[in-house]
Design a protein around this ligand. Structure first.
Ligand code: SF4
Length: 178
């Protein structure tokens, strides 16, 4: 499919899916529906162009491994929601903005510049250096603990889940936490 082939029906379907999954996970999608759908169209154009829904507000490298951190929802959504009440594109917004109690503000780019990201672009969020290790805590865990880099969901199992049950991103967005 080429970017020109993105149909209104496809935009409608993905917008519905994003709203449904957002609400299941405790997130809000911008209630300005035409604006939100214009972003969803951008996601679909990027999917047609690159094969994945990279952020419509950022320049993608066009290689999935380099763009993993900006596949929507991106790794920066939650920190931006916490700090500014909206993600960088304002597709996702806080409850206050959703209810019209606050207006979205402009948001500085949080993504580290190219060259400072590992793997030629992918932001590998290393486990925090203050992270408690099993050795340091003196107890051993039966399973490794995996953390979703998008929403922070944690789970203890041999492998990360195929899909995050909260924000629905794929297995490749998990990092080993403990
Ligand atoms: S969540 Fe991130 S990738 Fe998705 S629209 Fe917002 S800023 Fe762009």
């Amino acid at each position: 499919m080429s970017p020109a082939d993105v149909t209104d029906g496809a935009v409608e379907a993905l917008h519905r899916q994003i709203v449904r999954e957002a609400e299941q996970g405790g997130y809000r999608v911008n209630p300005d529906v035409p604006f939100a759908k214009s972003l969803v169209r951008g996601l679909l154009v990027n999917q047609a162009r690159y094969g994945y829904i990279s952020c419509p507000c950022r320049l993608a490298a066009g290689r999935k491994e380099a763009d993993l951190d900006i596949i929507c929802p991106c790794d920066y959504r939650d920190p931006d929601l916490n700090e500014y009440g909206a993600c960088f594109c304002a597709l996702y917004v806080s409850e206050d903005i959703y209810k019209g109690l606050k207006k979205p503000q402009s948001i500085p780019e949080r993504r580290p510049p190219q060259g400072t990201r590992a793997d030629g672009g992918t932001t590998i969020m290393e486990a925090p250096t203050t992270m408690t290790t099993t050795k340091a805590t003196g107890f051993s865990l039966k399973y490794p603990v995996w953390r979703c880099k998008v929403c922070g969901y944690l789970c203890a199992r041999d492998e990360p889940p195929g899909q995050c049950p909260v924000c629905k991103v794929g297995k490749e967005r998990f990092e080993r936490f403990i």
